[in-house]
Ligand binder design. Sequence first.
Ligand code: ADP
Ligand code: MG
Length: 706
Amino acid sequence: MCEKAVNVEAIFNENVFTMGKMKERLPRKVYAEVKNVIDHGGELSPATADVVAKAMKDWAVELGATHFTHWFQPLTGITAEKHDSFVTNPDAEGRMLMEFSGKELIKGEPDASSFPSGGLRATFEARGYTAWDCTSPAFVKKDATGAILCIPTAFCSYKGEALDKKTPLLRSMEALCEQALRIVRLFGNTEATKVTASVGPEQEYFLVDRDLYLQRKDLIYAGRTLFGAPAPKGQEMDDHYFGVIKERVGSYMKDLNEELWKLGISAKTQHNEVAPAQHELAPIFNTANIAVDHNQLVMETMKKVATRHGLACLLHEKPFAGVNGSGKHDNWSICTDNGVNMLDPGDTPNQNIQFLLVLACIIKAVDTHADLLRQSASNVGNDHRLGANEAPPAIISMFLGEQLEDVVKQLIETGEAASCKEGERLYTGVSTLPDLQKDATDRNRTSPFAFTGNKFEFRMVGSSDSIASPNTTLNAIVAEAFCEAADLLEKAEDFDVAVHDLIKEYLTEHQRIIFNGNGYAEEWVAEAERRGLPNIRSMVDSVKSLTTEKAVKLYEKFHIFTKAELESRAEVLYETYAKAINIEALTMVDMAGKQLIPSVIAYTTELASSIGAVRDACPEADVSAQTELLVETSSLLAESKKALNALKAITAEAAAMEEGEGQARAYHDRVMPAMSALRAPLDKLEMIVDKELWPIPSYGDLTFEV
Ligand code: ADP
Ligand code: MG
């Protein structure tokens, strides 16, 4: 049954203070000033800010808003908000007028002492400021709390150090803009005034029944299952991928889309993913900082809407062992404000010199800073995916596809690319079906960084992660390569010769990063090692790439991070890792000690009494089945208890260590294996113990009963 259809055009952007609404509601001069600041930077005058704030408040109040919040993205990876109502002191007659000033719009001062800052700000220096990012529109969030006006902001310390993910992203966008403009100018584009990174993130997620979810402490505390025997059926039939969407899930998706459209998020694609209970949503791409904000809202809305449908949305990278985990493909390109996508090769890339230079610069950037890109996609959950046989390997390489690889090869070998493979026709072999024009490039699902027509698709990012860091990194490393190229080419006497030589040089020097083969194959690991490509296996191993001399030089040159900011981020990452694994270990201790082991004991008692009772009733009866089960169960029980004791001790030792790299390593090298040692016998026991006695829902219950 389909409920009343919504008018999508009417609800789209309903809860967003768009440029259109500003134009409508602001005096013309004020609007012009705001637009100028949005397009070209600068500051609003206090008088203008007051006018904007009043118009914004009036609009929000019409939607029922009672509060506003500076909405920001601290280093926790999620968003933060503190609500203030528009309520003011009543006058002598007791009348109250709702107010919102320009000052409140532009600057906030949340008590920032409890956000991770990696030593940038001692707790006694708690001041942190939020500053309006006027390039991302304000919106009203409506839920049980009421309607809240949300103002996207950046979050900085008293001394101006970035305490969030937004500030460096905005800085990186400015750096990329400046350097990319130099490149297009070299090719005679005098019209472009701005170049922006565009981003389209594809979001994967799982849905499970909320009542079942609430019965599993691991899902509640850790976001993933820490125990669980495989269900009899997994994803081996390939029948979930693009399969018919179940009614309950469909009704969820319908609601989700509507909520997102109201927030101006152009939810576009939805489908079932590979693993049972796994799905995906992709919006249309947007300017990088808006895409980052939107992706945070997508994740938040996914969770909220799930609750309304009696479901729980799992954004963890690996909620279930043995079936695919979730990622977030970060599609990225660079576009000028006069409509040129710098990553569009056109029909004849071999003749498109600007494209070839841009491509050569990106190849150089990715090769030079593979470690930074890898780091930008690492988080605690993603350690379960990267390098395992379903996700991109932990080794960064680039897939260019047949056409571009051929062009690159010609350029390296002869210095010229005389020809260009064309997309052929695809013959369907059925007279009533049209023959299709094939893309010049097939897809390679195993590559972590793939060229897909007019954009790169960075496939390593984890599903729960903010996409701010990956895009900050991409913008930064490409800005550096553009800058180095422009430094040379702007001085060149003969531009045509110089650009030709530079492209050849970059491609020759950095061709090792190009790999069009199967990234999942064992041989690739060995081949990558021969090529000298880094294979950074875990999040903990990746952190140090943030503070190498190379990284500090890059980020300081373009004013994206100071050395102190990088060091603080490294520290936060180590702490985050240790804390997350500590929570997982404690959750396992809790579940094993209070739920699983007691149920196994109950089962052994049942078996023992059965053996006794059957023998009493009938001495000649065969009790070998019960006896065999009792022996097997008791031995696994003993193994579980031993592993539980070990996990407790090892976790306590790690917890007592000083925070930092050493502690994170202890969690990775010692606590994680102790967790696996506890899980193994209990997963076996789940397959033996009476289902009635097993205290938590199984993988089958969770992934098939949606
Ligand atoms: P694919 O099937 O190759 O993944 P889609 O067309 O489904 O491609 O796009 C996936 C995501 O990439 C979408 O969010 C889409 O909006 C985004 N995208 C498309 N073109 C660009 C571009 N030029 N820059 C950034 N993202 C893009
Ligand atoms: Mg894709």
